[in-house]
Design a protein around this ligand. Structure first.
Ligand SMILES: [Zn+2]
Length: 376
């Protein structure tokens, strides 16, 4: 796992634990064991405690990220930003509670949801600040990586690419500073030329330029028009026929549930190794049908599992789509779906996720076995 991925995961876990912690106290309030006033103070404590750990996670991330680059060896130890103060925490708490009253009566569910969103923002804030402050201090740049399904506001800020002091792009600093409630975007450190930015940022930079938008509303319109959020579409495949589903595009094992629509994507990944992010080590897989970085027998990617030589690209493509639609075994946990198809001497595993009612493809490749817990 890259330093960035590890950091993203650490932040996500901290936010979740902060929310769980708060949920326990909220329940105590609902049962009358704790007053609203006490809960308010606890809320501030939680934002401080988890915020502190989040800021430390950002420091760890910077140390790890920088340790991989010799030219950064001389940089000093990163400073850790302070968690949000008591006043800011209780002010946000009061806002969430006061805007959740209907005719003087507190709508508990509404307040809870707002406070959950505030927690995500306040716990993450000192971590983001840590990255921004140190990037500035040490002459590096930072960028905002949008969460999957991010709103237009966050996509616009991510489209600013690498942000640093002497680069005057309108609103660029906001990329590291402005976060809405529930926002799970990540602030990363990067090179000033942006050459180590994730592909999503480059795509969004290009999209912003292409769009000619001057503000978020115009950009949002453009993104919607483009028909998808989170990266430009992959070029269509020409050397294989990307099969269509035999049925209506819903799963046989998860009745009524949609299957990934973009089969071009599934096939391009398994055959040629196309992806939206660079491989570990920073190498990009070209979106060309000459890339042999997938799971075919002649793949050049170290450690990739491979289909037998007797399986043509077309046969692999067909089997992946068959696995999605009519697998021999399946497993669901949370939003994740894993399906398997045993065909001849090969077991194909396909993974996807259900996000906001839509299926998004993760990956597909041959595996050695089907886990016992996967149902038939
Ligand atoms: Zn966001």
């Amino acid at each position: 796992m890259s330093a960035r991925d590890e950091y993203a995961l650490a932040l996500e876990l901290l936010r979740m634990r902060a929310q769980q912690d708060f949920a326990t106290w909220w329940a105590a309030k609902e049962q009358g064991r704790v007053t609203l006033e006490q809960l308010r103070a606890v809320f501030a404590d939680i934002t401080r405690d988890y915020g502190e750990v989040a800021a430390s996670a950002a420091v760890d991330y910077l140390i790890l990220e920088r340790s991989l680059d010799e030219s950064l060896a001389g940089l000093g130890f990163p400073d850790r930003a302070d968690p949000v103060g008591f006043e800011q925490a209780v002010a946000s708490f009061d806002w969430a509670v006061n805007t959740s009253r209907e005719g003087g009566v507190l709508n508990s569910a509404v307040a809870r949801r707002k406070l959950d969103g505030v927690l995500v923002r306040l716990v993450g804030a000192p971590a983001h600040e840590t990255v921004v402050v140190n990037a500035r201090r040490d002459g590096r740049a930072f960028a905002r990586v949008p969460e999957p399904g991010a709103c237009a506001f966050c996509l616009m800020l991510a489209s600013r690419g690498a942000v640093y002091a002497s680069r005057h792009t309108a609103g660029a600093a906001d990329a590291g500073e402005r976060f809405h409630d529930h926002c799970r975007c990540l602030v990363i450190e990067c090179k000033r030329d942006g050459s180590d930015l994730p592909r999503i940022n480059r795509d969004l930079e290009a999209a912003w330029a292409e769009s000619g938008a001057r503000n978020r509303a115009e950009f949002e319109k453009y993104i919607k028009l483009r028909g998808e959020v989170g990266g430009s579409p992959w070029p269509p495949l020409e050397r294989v026929n990307v099969p269509e589903y035999a049925g209506d595009g819903t799963s046989k094992v998860f009745p009524g549930e949609p299957l990934p629509k973009d089969l071009n994507r599934a096939v391009a990944h398994v055959l040629y190794g196309w992806r939206d992010t660079p491989l570990k080590g920073g190498m990009w897989v070209k979106h060309s049908e000459d890339s042999r970085m997938g799971h075919t027998w002649d793949s050049q990617r170290a450690k990739a599992s491979k289909f037998p030589k007797s399986w043509s690209n077309q046969k692999i493509a067909d089997a992946v789509v068959e696995a999605l639609e009519n697998p021999t075994n399946a497993l669901a946990y949370g939003q994740r779906r894993e399906v398997w198809l045993a065909k001849e001497e090969v077991i194909i595993q396909v993974r996807y996720v259900i996000i906001r009612g839509q299926a998004k493809m993760l990956d597909a490749y041959p595996v050695d076995s089907i886990p016992k817990r996967a149902r038939k």
